[in-house]
Design a binder for this molecule. Structure first.
Ligand code: ADP
Ligand code: MG
Length: 332
């Protein structure tokens, strides 16, 4: 329920006005979150077909459904997957490589040790996480066509990229069926199609990571995805008074605490946005800036724990009045 409210609050864009007919809408639950699809000049039937694409991806890659392909890989240490799952794994592994392992699909046993897969939170000892880290290394996953081999003790989770990938695939389907204006909200992973019917950009709000009753700012996007990773999304406070969140630093086996408290990525490809928002959160601001300079094919807005918002120059970013962050636009 809490997640539902957060998601409702996140999206300003759905209140688009443009004088054209009302959009078709479809809300549903998938991938552990509420999703809201909305598209102009589309039928509810078409949206239902796009929803089925998301459901199908979930059915294939869920780590907890015993019938999923990823479940089978983790249980058997490998196997043959469908071409669709192979394509998603391929996308995920290329993001692991390009981020130098800040994003690592094999972090799953560590995420589980902290209780994030069951909501039975705990703080594992350093010895325990060190032992689990022995099995974390995406580079040791072997993929040959549709055949996947995992080294002993490794388990993978595509959850850090699946929603963005699903948004991309659903949008591609809608575009192929003539949709030129739409907004898909996959639990805070926003995928837009075209612009609003009146030709203006979609406006997507970024939550204030320190105050869930406010937005920090608004980004304007057209035909792109915007994905935010934040420590506030899933966390617990332990007996030691510390807050621990669900984004892990594969270098330490502990929640990433490198100065970034919210990372938003805007790009054409929702899968890239999803994986990269997690990775930039892990990297921290300095490394993230360096990464952006080497791969300038995306925009970002990073909120740091010392009260700055770093924004790339290509992004139309509008701070919300009264929010206590200093906007610093990076030089091109
Ligand atoms: P959410 O799923 O809440 O939208 P993210 O897209 O940021 O958040 O993905 C976080 C999820 O990805 C975690 O719940 C966890 O399962 C997994 N994860 C955590 N840390 C990493 C990491 N460094 N690399 C890859 N996946 C991660
Ligand atoms: Mg992500």
């Amino acid at each position: 329920m809490k997640r539902l409210c957060v998601i409702c609050a996140l999206i300003l864009s759905l209140t688009a006005c443009g004088g054209s007919a009302a959009p078709a809408k479809l809300d549903f639950f998938a991938m552990d979150t509420v999703m809201e699809f909305s598209a102009y000049k589309a039928s509810e039937n078409l949206l239902a077909e796009a929803r089925d694409i998301v459901m199908d991806i979930e059915r294939r890659v869920s780590t907890t459904r015993e019938t999923s392909e990823i479940y089978a890989l983790n249980r058997d240490g490998g196997g043959t997957v469908s071409p669709e799952t192979a394509a998603l794994l391929d996308t995920a592994l290329s993001m692991c490589r390009v981020t130098g392992g800040a994003f690592d699909v094999s972090i799953y046993p560590v995420v589980r040790a902290w209780g994030f897969t069951t909501d039975e939170y705990r703080v594992p000892s350093y010895d325990e996480t060190a032992a689990l880290l022995e099995h974390v290394d995406y580079a040791r996953i072997r993929v040959s066509g549709d055949a996947v081999t995992l080294p002993d003790g490794m388990e993978i989770d595509l959850g850090g990229v699946a929603k963005g990938y699903a948004g991309r695939e659903a949008a591609a389907y809608l575009r192929r069926h003539g949709v030129t204006s739409g907004l898909l909200n996959l639990g805070g992973n926003v995928q837009t199609i075209g612009s609003k019917p009146d030709g203006t950009a979609w406006r997507v709000a970024i939550r204030d990571p320190n105050d869930d009753t406010h937005y920090a700012g608004i980004v304007e996007i057209r035909d792109k995805a915007a994905v935010t990773s934040g420590g506030y999304e899933r966390y617990f406070t332990a007996d030691d008074g510390q807050t621990y969140w669900h984004i892990m630093d594969p270098a330490t086996g502990r929640p990433a605490r490198n100065g970034v408290i919210s990372a938003t990525v805007i790009a054409d490809d929702g899968a890239l946005c999803d994986a990269l928002s997690t990775a930039l959160f892990v990297m921290g601001a300095e490394k993230a800036e360096r990464f952006w300079r080497n791969h300038p094919d995306f925009d970002m807005a990073l909120i740091t724990d010392d009260g700055e918002i770093l924004v790339t120059p290509g992004l139309t970013y509008e701070p919300v009045e009264g929010v206590p962050y200093a906007v610093r636009t990076l030089e091109a």
